[in-house]
Ligand binder design. Structure first.
Ligand code: BMA
Length: 300
């Protein structure tokens, strides 16, 4: 099976949110008990983002909770790094705890914040795990060679590459290595960033990433797929040459930021299928389905 868009996309829009928002988009995704959870970004009418949970039994029909689950104002000591909004969470289950890596936006510019929860009701906030400018951070679901590993995307001058680092405690990081760079002159020429939490497969760690290329006065965001070595997560084993999902339909081309497909959440099913949650034009939440085998075949 190739990539299939759900026929009734988008699966969530601001009409599904029981309070006033400008948009709902860029959800992290995780299975929690017998539920699918989307940890959604909502841009409030004032232009600053918070998070709200959406819950589902089938991974397709989601109900948005009546209240926000995490806001900048709840960040106490870290508020100055989240004052302009919290955005684009990746969720990972490690040793029965759920860790969230997300962007804190402020006058200091974007950096990566870490939080943990066991119940998606109470959140322990750890604050920054990067300096600015940095975003698109995900943590591997298990230790490799005795360390935790993260991937993120620092912005250095004009270079926006993907980096990997290791840690003993998820809070203090080192051993930085550049993992992947944009391919010049292609659909991902301007910048790349990791999209989704790594999935362990027989061939390596599988990840979605986004690639950006400027056209005229705007940019186009598309999704690609890459494969990392199972034991050496700083080694890129393979990467697609063409995007796996690119803006095409109206709900991907028209919205607050047109021509954007962005994803920070996917869920692997026991039968080898994958549900990819993505947003069109920074305005909605959509679903596409595919298989691990198909994505692996693109990384050869
Ligand atoms: C990125 C992030 C995402 C957004 C995307 C497209 O830099 O800020 O939140 O979806 O741009 O606008």
């Amino acid at each position: 099976m190739k990539m299939t868009r759900y026929s009734k996309n988008p699966i969530l829009t601001k009409k599904d949110v029981p309070f006033d928002v400008n948009s709902i988009f860029n959800p992290g995704a995780v299975k929690f008990g017998n539920e699918y959870l989307l940890f959604c970004r909502v841009e409030m009418p004032n232009g600053r983002s918070s998070f709200v949970l959406a819950r589902s039994k089938d991974g397709i029909n989601f109900e948005v909770e009546p209240n926000l689950c995490l806001t900048p104002e709840e960040h106490d000591n870290f508020y100055k790094y989240a004052e302009w909004g919290i955005e684009d969470a990746r969720v990972v289950n490690i040793e029965n705890k759920y860790f969230l890596t997300y962007t804190g936006y402020s006058k200091y510019m974007p950096l990566v914040l870490l939080a943990e929860t066991t119940d998606f009701k109470k959140y322990k906030l750890h604050g920054p795990i990067s300096e600015p400018s940095n975003k698109d951070c995900t943590i591997f679901p298990e230790k490799i060679n005795g360390f935790y590993w993260k991937i993120d995307r620092p912005s250095a001058e004009q270079r926006q590459n993907i980096w990997v680092a290791k840690s003993n405690d998820l809070l203090h990081w080192g051993g930085y290595e550049c993992l992947a760079e944009p391919a010049p002159g292609t659909w991902e020429a301007d910048k790349i960033g990791i999209s989704t939490t790594p999935i362990k497969t027989k061939d390596g760690w599988l990840l979605l990433y986004h690639g950006v290329r400027g056209f005229g006065i705007s940019s186009i965001y598309k999704l690609g797929v890459m494969l990392l070595d199972l034991q050496k997560p700083w080694v890129l084993k393979g990467k697609c040459s063409s995007p796996v999902l690119a803006p095409d339909l109206d709900y991907e081309r028209i919205g607050d930021v047109g021509n954007v497909i962005f994803s920070n959440g996917w869920i692997a099913e026991d039968n080898g299928g994958i549900k990819i949650y993505y947003s069109g034009a920074d305005t909605n939440i959509c679903l596409a389905t595919t298989t691990i085998d198909y994505l692996l075949s693109l990384c050869k």
